[in-house]
Design a protein around this ligand. Structure first.
Ligand SMILES: Cc1cc2nc3c(=O)[nH]c(=O)nc-3n(C[C@H](O)[C@H](O)[C@H](O)COP(=O)(O)OP(=O)(O)OC[C@H]3O[C@@H](n4cnc5c(N)ncnc54)[C@H](O)[C@@H]3O)c2cc1C
Length: 385
């Protein structure tokens, strides 16, 4: 296919990966980002091997590896600190032929922005809407200008204002019943081992600590709560102390040490299956196409996979509309199944059905990790690389 003129809405990890992949394929790309400056929301992200392999293909895997965390084991303890299970992640890494790398979101963004080239990203300008013709798409910008392109990639996140037009129906975000606080903290063996993803579960809540590189741990707390509870930064520590009263000493230490000014508090949402991921000149990508709960750590990894697959499909030379159909066919079942899997994990972890959650706690006690590893391997094996 001749080089295309492509507009990407959104400079999150999905938009930046797409821009890198499409530029590498020889297309001309302009990214418009609504925010006046790029400041990631949230501390870190775990990039599982299926995502890392895309980053390798985009030429940035080694940079991610250099600054990412080294996670070799995974453990679960109950809320009192009693160890339920601990196992090695080696079987996953061997099968996937790549490790996972938890990484600071700011580092990932820096690496991807450099790969795209800052000159190709326009900050402070959003894509407000579009009109498709048979051979082009005209994108309306927040500046009042209209710009024409061969293709618009809507990588504008979970709140995407472009999604419903592509899907052909209104797509609402759905609250998944719990709140997540996340941040970073200096690593210390009194909090968690530096080579381990450490998790505490109980009372339908969860605490997680994960090495994220640069001598830091990425932590999060999950608590089932009704929608719309007060989000008052000054109260975060007291809130967490109340939710986690009586939990293990490392959890108490974490709450004492964290900096409330530097953490995010997020009500977790997802979207049901989006019925159409493309129209003739527009493709949805990343959270705009498939917002999912973070419970399987795949939202960002799937955005990376989308980016890679889209560039491959456009390389097949059948024309834009056919390439977009091929992209949709390659992605729709994969992402829908992971959205559903992530929602199911959230339900089990957070006590949507108390009997199932109690069974999960019981299964974890003494587990050898094989079931968890099988799930991780299956997710990896379903990826494009
Ligand atoms: C607590 C939490 C933990 C997570 N942990 C993981 C994890 O461990 N592993 C993992 O793989 N995933 C994880 N995820 C999911 C991951 O963060 C998302 O899937 C990923 O950020 C989606 O990237 P994106 O580029 O599609 O969207 P976003 O990152 O939301 O980027 C969209 C961008 O578009 C911009 N924008 C919006 N509207 C417009 C417009 N009209 N025009 C132009 N720009 C616009 C926004 O400002 C934004 O910069 C987690 C999510 C949460 C909430």
């Amino acid at each position: 296919m001749k080089p295309l003129n492509i507009i990407i809405a959104g400079a999150g990890m999905g938009g930046l990966c797409a821009a890198t992949a499409l530029r590498q394929a020889g297309h001309q790309v302009r990214v418009y980002e609504r925010a006046p400056e790029l400041a990631p929301i949230g501390a870190a992200i775990s990039v599982w091997p299926n995502g890392v392999k895309v980053l390798d293909a985009l030429g940035v895997g080694a940079q991610v590896e250099a600054v990412g965390g080294w996670m070799q084991h995974m453990s679960y303890s109950d809320h009192t600190g009693k160890r339920l299970t601990r196992f090695d992640l080696a079987p996953l890494y061997t099968h996937a032929k790549r490790r996972a790398f938890p990484i600071a979101r700011s580092e990932l963004q820096r690496i991807l922005l450099a790969a795209v080239g800052e000159q190709n990203v326009t900050l402070g300008v959003s894509c407000e809407g579009y009109v498709e013709e048979s051979d082009a798409v005209t994108v309306r910008l927040s500046t009042g200008e209209s710009v024409e392109a061969d293709l618009l990639v809507a990588a504008n996140g979970t709140h995407s204002a472009l999604r419903s037009a592509v899907a052909g129906q209104a797509i609402e975000r759905e609250y998944c019943g719990y709140v997540n606080w996340n941040g970073r903290i200096d690593a210390d063996p009194q909090l968690a081992a530096l080579d381990e993803w450490t998790q505490y579960v109980g009372e339908h809540k969860r605490v997680s600590l994960m090495p994220m590189g640069n001598g830091q741990l990425y932590f999060f707390f999950d608590v089932p709560l009704p929608a719309g509870t007060a989000n008052v930064r000054e109260d975060y520590r007291i809130e967490l102390q109340q939710h986690f009263r009586g939990w293990a000493p490392p959890v108490q230490r974490l709450i004492e040490r964290l900096d409330p000014a530097a953490i995010a508090r997020v009500e977790i949402h997802d979207t049901q299956r989006v019925p159409r991921l493309v129209s003739s000149r527009v493709a949805l990508l990343g959270d705009a196409a498939h917002a999912m709960t973070p419970n399987i750590g795949q939202g960002g990894c799937q955005a990376m996979e989308d980016a890679w697959v889209l560039a491959q499909c456009l390389g097949q030379g059948e024309g834009v509309a056919a390439a977009l159909k091929a992209y949709e066919a390659a992605r729709e079942d994969r992402v829908a199944s992971l959205v559903a899997k992530a929602r199911k994990r959230a339900a089990v972890i957070h006590g949507e059905n108390e009997v199932e959650t109690a069974r999960w706690y019981a299964d974890l006690a003494g587990a050898d990790g094989r079931d968890i590893l099988d799930g991780l391997i299956k997710t990896d094996a379903g990826g494009p690389l």
